[in-house]
Design a binder for this molecule. Structure first.
Ligand code: T1G
Length: 696
């Protein structure tokens, strides 16, 4: 709801709807009444609008979009215009977050003050809609139009410093926020300023003389960025309105845009993604335990063993979230290299400018296992070898204090086998980060048969504390993400054999909304990574006796094309920019490789494949439907406890386009009967040689 306090002739109206002061209908009605009361109360000289519990407001109540309560009177815009048209000074005092409709309320006030830790954002585009409540017209009247467009089309968060820099807030205060704000509003009242200069709807849009060229260059940037997502483009056009239309015409365009986008398929998919990421924290285990039944253990210090690409990213992730990190590498030279790299990355991050000393003080280089004896949690992230990981977990088990949690960053290996290499299997858990670990937002936490619920609660809690979307999954080869990804990779290689090209397949995936296609991703992460996993299972071409088929392994269809590529030394970016594509080292733009075209043609001739034209629809369905089918098998086996968890894995770990909601959500939008039809058609055609087509 909202609370009202009259203090020294100033009405203080505080939004109060925990946990995030969402502007649900009931809250809006209360706010509207209290502002009306303050405006009509002759005892009131000025009005302060603030939040509570360290939050201003997270904006509209997203759960009201589906029942249309969001549009019922009083809307956020009704309150915005109430505050703007008031003859008494209105001041927004912002602490914590002011997002979406919350920021719009602040833009309704004549003045805005904030604490230094306040955060600002128009996240609506992430929900597939545009900022309503006049946001697309009011913001460019306070900050430069292009800056406003960047905020609104990206949905990015901004600090109080950035908000002050662009003129969104008048001042920011380091302490005694409310008291100092009272003094501020009193001063303004005493100056009896003409409030028309502070009524945003009356102001001109901020844009310079060369706005046309700025708009053209910004359009080019945006056009590339939003692969198939509609809302960013509607947001862009709504903000542009300001440069050629009146305020009221702009607000009308905004309303039309909102009506077009709200409840659109893309918006529904994005809201599904939003709530699925919140739901994934509410883990449950074997129907017996869940996130409410366990108290997480306190984790202050973390050990990281192995400072390769993954190890370095994991160290940085824990450091920037305030954990003390013991970074371990036995070889002193490699340890120094790893530490220097970590410090360099931290130094690059502008937001770390004032805290580099603090971050460095949290980083402890270690080259002896004994240096890890007192850490609360230790994560091994050495390369993917069962024997090596067992050896390291045994060493850690021997030196670490009994309460230390032993985690492994394996991306495929059996957690139970690794746990049984120690004397504390109940404290062994998988914590699967995605490269680069300090940028990717997914953390797959994997439980083994023995992992205790207390440990699971702890690693899920740690995931939230380091800003990750954590998903709890069961133990199987490849867990959820990589197990499904294996079908995606296999089917693409089969289509290469049958006539498609890497470009054709990648083009279809990018058109669907992936930032990169399957072959570009493989060249980026290294074609040798997958090869090493196949090698550890004795599958690669080189490991077969002479005369072994290139297209069958263990009675199942297998493509040797990726093996031939790696055995030709084409690992991708890391092997001189040569992989499935040849890349221009400067632009990194993929070009068709005559070597690869020839390799595929020779392979087809050798194995009797007659190439055919494969349609875009067939390519898309063969890339996505086996993966979705694997998702249903994973749910049936209880490896994942709900379809939305699988969506969270793919949205945050594999860049699945958010505006389609994730693989399991997408399956429902295309219709399960159609998915089943396609599965059955291919299962019949391929028989048991391609088990990933076998419907559940
Ligand atoms: N509406 C409804 N519920 C919300 C909510 C919202 N706006 N924001 C959060 N929740 C719930 C969330 O589901 C969870 O519930 C609990 O609050 C804590 O959230 C006119 C139309 C604010 C940064 O997009 O980004 O304004 O799981 O776990 O990590 O233009 O929540 O506990 O049951 O995420 O501290 C625009 C969305 C709306 C902000 C806090 N606003 N929220 O993060 O907690 S559109 C947003 C967030 C709009 C206007 C338009 C984050 C957060 P539960 P949490 P957190």
């Amino acid at each position: 709801m909202a609370n009202y306090l009259l203090k020294n002739h100033i009405a203080v109206i505080a939004i109060c709807n925990p946990p995030v002061n969402a502007l649900a209908r009931s809250v809006r009605a209360k706010l509207y009444d209290l502002v009306k009361k303050a405006i009509s109360d002759s005892d009131v000289e000025g009005i302060v609008v603030c939040g509570s519990n360290g939050i201003f407001s997270a904006g509209a109540d997203i759960s009201e979009f589906s029942n249309n309560k969001a549009g019922l009177f009083p809307t956020i815009y009704d309150i915005v215009m109430q505050l703007e048209s008031s003859n008494k000074v209105t001041l927004a005092v912002i602490d914590g977050i002011a997002f979406g409709g919350g920021l719009k309320l602040a833009l309704g006030c004549h003045y805005r003050l904030s604490s230094t830790n306040a955060r600002f954002s128009f996240p609506e585009v992430k929900l597939g809609i545009l900022p309503g409540a006049g946001g697309t017209q009011r913001f460019p009247r306070v900050v430069h139009l292009i800056e406003a467009a960047k905020w609104i089309t990206s949905g990015q968060e901004h600090s109080a410093y950035q908000a002050h820099e662009i003129g969104l807030i008048d001042y920011f205060l380091t302490n005694n926020l409310l008291d100092k704000s009272m003094n501020f509003i009193k001063e303004i009242i005493n100056q009896s300023q003409n409030l028309d200069n502070r009524r945003i709807s009356k102001l001109a849009v901020k844009c310079g003389d060369n706005i046309e060229s700025e708009i053209v260059s910004q359009s080019k940037v945006l056009g590339k960025k939003f692969r198939g997502a509609v809302a960013p483009l509607v947001c862009w056009h709504a903000v542009l309105c300001g440069s050629y239309a009146t305020y009221d015409q702009g607000v009308l365009f905004e309303k039309k845009g909102t009506n077009m986008l709200i409840n659109s398929d893309q918006s529904k998919a994005l809201i599904h993604a939003f709530f699925s990421e919140r739901m994934s924290n509410k883990w449950k285990l074997r129907g017996e335990f869940d996130f409410r039944s366990q108290t997480p253990l306190p984790i202050k210090s973390v050990g990281v063993v192995g400072l390769g690409t993954m190890g370095r990213g994991i160290v940085i992730t824990f450091l920037i979230n305030g954990f003390c990190v013991y970074a371990m590498k036995q070889n002193k030279y490699a340890l120094d290299q790893g530490i220097n790299y970590i410090r360099k990355v931290l130094g690059k991050e502008k937001s770390n400018d004032n805290k580099m000393d603090f971050l460095s003080s949290l980083l402890v280089p270690v080259n002896l296992y004994s240096g890890l004896q007192d850490v609360d949690l230790v994560i091994e992230c050495v390369y993917e070898s069962m024997e090596l990981k067992k050896k390291i977990l045994r060493r850690l088990d021997a030196v670490c204090k009994p309460s230390t949690i032993l985690a492994t960053n394996t991306s495929t290996l059996d957690i139970d086998q690794l746990a049984h290499a120690t004397s504390r299997p109940e404290k062994v858990v998988g914590m699967h980060f995605f490269a680069p670990a300090h940028l990717m937002s997914l953390l797959e936490n994997i439980y083994g048969k023995m992992t205790s619920p207390e440990i699971l609660s702890t690693v899920m809690h740690v995931g939230k504390a380091i800003g990750k979307n954590s998903v709890l999954v069961g133990n199987c080869h490849g867990f959820v993400g990589n197990r499904m990804y294996a079908t995606y990779v296999a089917e693409s290689d089969f289509m290469l054999e049958e006539g498609a090209s890497p470009q054709e397949i990648d083009t279809v995936l990018c058109k669907y909304g992936f930032p990169m296609g399957r072959y570009q991703v493989s060249d980026l992460s290294g074609n040798d990574v997958g090869y090493k996993i196949k090698e550890s299972k004795g599958l690669t071409k080189k490991q077969q006796p002479p005369g072994t088929s290139e297209t069958i392994r263990n009675q199942t269809r297998y493509s040797s094309l990726p093996d031939l590529l790696v055995e030709a030394g084409r690992y991708g970016f890391k092997s001189n920019w040569k992989g499935w594509y040849d890349y221009d080292a400067k632009t990194k733009i993929p070009q068709t490789s005559p070597f690869v075209t020839n390799l595929i043609n020779e392979y087809r001739n050798r194995n009797g494949f007659i190439p055919r034209k494969i349609s875009e629809q067939e390519i898309l369905e063969r890339m996505l439907f086996p993966l979705i089918n694997e998702g249903f098998h994973i749910l049936e086996e209880g490896i994942a406890s709900r379809p939305s968890d699988i969506d969270v894995v793919w949205l945050n770990g594999y860049a699945w386009p958010r505006h389609t909601g994730g693989p399991m959500y997408y399956a429902h939008t295309v219709g399960l009967p159609h998915v089943l039809d396609v599965l059955q058609k291919h299962w019949k055609m391929t028989g048991s040689t391609q088990p990933h087509w076998k419907p559940r």
